[in-house]
Design a protein around this ligand. Structure first.
Ligand code: 5AD
Ligand code: SF4
Length: 473
């Protein structure tokens, strides 16, 4: 191994974009001859890929950085890097609060990471690489400064070879007033369809069965580089033709862009999963307006009706924020009504967290007490969980088709505990997903990982289906 080769550990928090970025960063570093390790204690390079969406995510990183200070004192040769959204948002602040950090690299500069690590290792001192702020420079310059990072990851062994996330667009232009994403991930830029096709073909050649297309508002995808505009629906038709790919999914949708053409593509293309994550955020028009979401609750309900009409078996999931600035109990009641009526497969519920640099933080007061946010969060969760449990009930006794993803959390914990575990083909608890994104747990041989197979459901709860593989050959 070359003398400069390093052992890196990478930890990711935040959304799927971040998980993908970490995979791409790891692929680049592996290609450059470095080695990935799964424990901080064995690493000489520690990379934290961070999230800024809520204060809590940032607090966790600062506290982890606090703990790393001592380790760095004992091993000064250790390189510590802060990557991703917090790096873009907090930049110098990170060096100020954690002077033992060597690298601060924003999500639009990840392509430089390999070179930056080398620079630090060669004694070049702390390195900061971030993209331009959205205010103060022209759009074209800001776009260029968020450099699109899409290295070839098929050259190295991928963590889950049968599944892949593929980014189809970068950034966001919606500027919802609560959201830090447009600031930290830059302007919305769609990747050319040809590039995406090429990437998915390469992944399919590598054994990938399921592709999840990623975008902050994935259904506003628009490739205008060719003679004809290619929207998400068109892209799905194009990707559908790739041999080897069995499942196509896409997240996260914006209600305004859930077009008839997209629903038609979902209905017509058997490889496209009947699953739509379309965050509503609130059921109150006053709040939706203050959030600058660009739709009313009536529009959202009509969109749901259109989805169910075209795709009667589709699973729809949503995100909600409780305790937004100025929100009243009556606003919250309207959100609860929407959750009750919509019967989402699942809802992700968040307590509002003021984010510096957003319009809400500038214009409004974060005036809903924490105790009220907590109570509303629990109330909404209870409503959603009761619905999820009821709607899973009809699946009892049914056979569903799943893609086997790997050992379940329980099995992973068990094998971590059992140091004398055999690396053979034992029977373990496995986890897979239906095309509707339902999680299925069952017992089976690890040889089944990466296979699509039928499982008969024997037990359910609100979040998980428990079953038995109908076919184990
Ligand atoms: N506070 C709380 N939740 C937020 N989200 C985005 N910004 C905030 C914030 N400032 C939630 C939204 C989004 C999800 C990814 O995170 O519901 O859909
Ligand atoms: Fe967090 Fe948003 Fe960045 Fe994803 S894009 S890591 S959710 S701040």
């Amino acid at each position: 191994m070359d003398a400069m080769a390093r052992r890196f550990f990478i930890q990711s928090v935040g959304c799927q974009m971040n998980i993908l970025d970490s995979e791409l960063v790891a692929a680049e570093l592996l290609r450059a001859g470095h080695t990935q390790v799964d424990a901080i204690g064995r690493a000489d390079t520690i990379l934290l890929n961070t999230c800024s969406v809520r204060q809590h995510a940032e607090d966790k990183i600062y506290s982890l950085l606090g703990r790393l200070k001592e380790i760095k004192q004992e091993r000064p040769e250790l390189i510590i890097g802060v990557l991703g959204c917090m790096a873009q948002k907090d930049r110098h602040e990170i060096f100020r609060r954690a002077p033992h950090v060597d690298l601060v690299v924003g999500p639009g500069q990840l392509g430089q990471l390999t070179a930056l690590i080398e620079r630090v290792a060669a004694g070049g001192g702390p390195q900061l690489e971030i993209s331009l702020d959205r205010i103060g420079s022209d759009r074209a310059s800001v776009e260029r400064s968020f450099v699109q990072f899409a290295p070839d990851r098929t050259a190295v062994r991928r963590p889950a070879p049968h599944q892949a996330m593929v980014r189809i667009m970068f950034g966001c232009d919606k500027f919802c007033t609560y959201c830090v994403v447009p600031r930290v991930r830059g302007p919305e830029q769609s990747r050319p369809a040809a590039e995406i096709l090429d990437e998915v073909r390469r992944l399919a050649d590598n054994g990938c069965l399921e592709v999840t297309l990623l975008g902050q508002t994935v259904n506003s995808y628009r490739d205008t580089t060719g003679p004809r505009t290619i929207e998400l629906a068109d892209l799905l038709y194009m990707l559908h033709g790739i041999d080897g790919i069995r499942r196509l999914r896409f997240v996260t949708n914006h209600p305004k862009h859930t077009t008839a053409a997209l629903l038609q593509a979902m209905r017509d293309l058997p490889k496209v999963s009947p699953y739509l994550h379309v965050p509503a955020q609130s059921g109150s028009n006053a709040i939706l307006e203050r959030m600058k979401r660009g739709y009313t609750v009536e529009f959202y309900r009509e969109m749901l009706a259109r989805i169910h009409e075209m795709l009667p078996h589709a699973a729809v999931t949503s995100d909600f924020i409780v305790g937004f600035c100025g929100e009243t109990e009556e606003d919250f009641r309207q959100t609860a009504d929407l959750v009750r009526d919509a019967r989402f497969k699942n809802s992700f519920i968040f307590k509002y967290s003021g984010r510096p640099g957003t319009k809400a933080d500038e214009l409004y007061v974060d005036d809903v007490p924490e105790a009220v946010k907590r109570r509303q969060n629990n109330e909404l969760l209870a409503i959603q969980n009761a619905i999820s449990l009821e709607d899973n009930q009809p699946l009892l006794g049914r056979t569903v088709e799943i893609l086997v993803e790997g050992p379940s959390k329980v099995a992973k914990k068990r094998s971590a505990r059992d140091s004398s575990r055999s690396k053979g083909e034992g029977i373990v608890q496995l986890v897979g997903r239906t095309t509707c994104d339902r999680i299925v747990v069952f017992e089976g041989s690890t040889e089944l990982i990466g296979r699509i197979l039928p499982v008969t459901i024997e037990k359910i709860d609100a979040f998980t289906l428990f079953g038995q593989a109908s076919m184990t050959s």
